[in-house]
Design a protein around this ligand. Sequence first.
Ligand code: NAP
Length: 423
Amino acid sequence: MPEGITMGENGLKVPDEPILPFIEGDGIGPDIWRAAQAVFDAAVEIVYGGGRRIAWHELYAGETAFKKTGEWLPQETIKGFEEYLVGIKGPLTTPVGGGIRSLNVTIRQTLDLFACLRPVRWYRGIPSPIRTPHLVDMVIFRENTEDVYAGFEVEEGSDEAARLRGFLGQEYGWHLRPDSGIGIKPISVEGSKRLVRSAIQYAVTFGRRSVTIVHKGNIMKFTEGAFRNWGYEVAREEFPQQTVTWDECGGEPGDRILIQDVIADAMLQQVLTRPANYDVIATTNLNGDYLSDALAAQVGGIGLAPGGNINYVTGHAVFEATHGTAPKYAGLDKVNPGSVILSGANMLRYLGWRGAADLIEAALEAVIADRIVTYDLARLMRYSTEVKTSEFGEALVEKMPIIERYAAMSGTRRAPSHIRAYM
Ligand code: NAP
């Protein structure tokens, strides 16, 4: 019987047949969604042998919704995500002009999805601009609701800007150039603590080694610096048994999670030169934006980068392809469905269905290692076979029984590389 997911005292309560809302998305959305849905269903069927299945529930947003209902983001769609807690979406056309806000931002704000989850790891065979992409295996927790993205801005030359400048001059003695636009950067205790708490909890649940707080606190002491301090406070007060700081352990954390912090500009160097030193990353909104795209590029571009926006308190989560609608490829069955497929794998992991999530990732890795790829990777990889979106999905499904047989013998779906070559 299909049932909704609910939030219990100890986290999500997921029935064996959860109702999961999805939005196909605009442009290439239907192409990548068709391939991805077949991959999700096959993985769940293979791992749980019919004991679990997903009851998909379609919702509409973007251009498709506008054509059907006259609205870009129907109330029913928001209600669907509110009611069923966890869902997934393809890319949406951002309406231009007319005062309509970005649909993605509206969904995030309405459901208060405060953590943007961006796992970044390399898949064997994908061309990378760095020499050691295999050392990149990080999970970024980017704060999603505050910072310079909060929307508190006034335009240069406007009355609001003049009034604000006057007030700042009179009350604070802060004198800004008269031709300035002004933005405000709020960083709160609650906003920071709930983000860092989620990152540490993720590290505990998934056995990760460290959580690095990334900030620019050397310059912005009361916002970025405070984020860092509140982060350490959460670790000290709420995870005293599971975490340890660098000062306490001299870089030898044993089986505890190392809590450390790095200044944002240094971090952009560190992820290039010493990627193996970093694991889970907790950071503010703007730093997180830069860092997620820089890291995605290190492992082969955003075509494969998964994403999710989560409120770990209420349980609400919307996973999503991180690229756009690429309208010139719409309906051609051509583009890479990897981003939405990996986002779905992270959704299954969030539901506690780790087996199915691992199987999807292992299948994707095995298919790419066979050099079976869509056009975007084919143009970068020598001796590869270019396939369509649907064929790429089918290749993943074909790999699954082989990986599962190996997992039954070895206890892991991540085979060592000399065995992966025969899968
Ligand atoms: P885009 O749709 O991401 O496309 C830019 C280019 O990225 C494409 O031309 C293609 O490169 C490559 N690409 C994107 N997705 C791909 C995939 N799955 N497989 C292979 N290659 C892929 O960015 P855009 O053209 O700036 O934006 C188009 C629309 O999408 C806009 O309305 C924008 O607002 C919206 N958008 C939505 C989201 C979202 O909903 N999350 C995110 C970003 C943008 P090549 O041309 O080199 O082949």
